[in-house]
Design a protein around this ligand. Structure first.
Ligand code: SAM
Length: 232
């Protein structure tokens, strides 16, 4: 495995998500739109109503079949609020969850323990230097990660490396140029706070990048949320 140099950008991101991890319930309320703050932010920043908000997560998880029983890597898992319920419905799968922030992942671990998900394991690490052998997984799932990762090329390279031939790569993240209000908040709020890291993909650049690495590529957007699936 290649030596991976930790940059100050990595440290800044880790610090931002450390603080957010400590506020796990607030983050969960925002991402799931289950609190008043979440509803306001969803609507104001992302232009989403309840239906659209439900649709991006449904679409991102839809490629994972209900009877999946292989090996799945989720990176980054964050607080696990979006995926632990999914894993509860896939008891025959072997699930590995990875995140850079131990603080964010602590929430996911507690959630998995409360739900008795013994088939889900957690590893702290960097998506740019994944601690797995080549072709270790049948599915790599990535929700809301690529807009945060500091080294996008390394993240695309590593997620592909650990996926077996014929395996599925799917998920979602922020796409620039689709919804102006979101672009504004990303530029003036999420980037300065260290939650998002440019450069960002556009819909066209993401499609082109995935087509150069994968087959059966599908990309669509719900406002500024880009949802993708493809096969290695
Ligand atoms: C917006 S959260 C998304 C979490 C979760 N997938 C969700 O949708 O709620 C972004 C996550 O990316 C993680 N992250 C940022 N840089 C990373 C890296 N280089 N390697 C692994 N995880 C990273 C952060 O720690 C944070 O938990």
């Amino acid at each position: 495995m290649k030596e991976h140099k930790m940059t100050s950008r990595h440290d800044e991101i880790r610090q931002s998500y450390r603080e957010l991890g400590e506020l796990g319930n607030i983050y969960d309320g925002i991402i799931t739109r289950s609190t008043n703050l979440g509803k306001v932010m969803d609507s104001l920043i992302w232009g989403l109503d309840r239906e659209l908000s439900a649709s991006w997560i449904d679409d991102a998880l839809a490629p994972i079949s209900a009877d999946f029983s292989g090996k799945l890597l989720e990176v980054p898992v964050g607080t696990g609020v979006l995926t632990m319920p999914l894993y509860a419905s896939l008891p025959k799968a072997g699930v590995t969850c990875l995140d850079y922030s131990a603080d964010m992942m602590e929430n996911a671990k507690k959630r998995a323990a409360a739900m008795k998900l013994s088939h889900v394991e957690f590893i702290q690490g960097d998506v740019g230097a994944l601690p797995f052998e080549d072709e270790s997984f049948d599915i790599v799932l990535s929700l809301n990660g690529f807009h945060a990762f500091p080294d996008k090329d390394a993240a695309f390279r590593e997620t592909r490396r650990v996926l077996r031939k014929g395996g599925l790569f799917c998920g979602c993240f922020y796409i620039a140029g689709e919804f102006r209000r979101t672009d504004w908040f990303v530029k003036y709020m999420y980037v300065p706070k260290g939650f998002f890291t440019p450069p960002f993909e556009t819909r066209e650049s993401l499609e082109a990048r995935l087509r150069s690495l994968y087959s059966e590529v599908d990309v669509h957007t719900v406002r500024a949320e880009g949802i993708f699936r493809c096969v290695k």
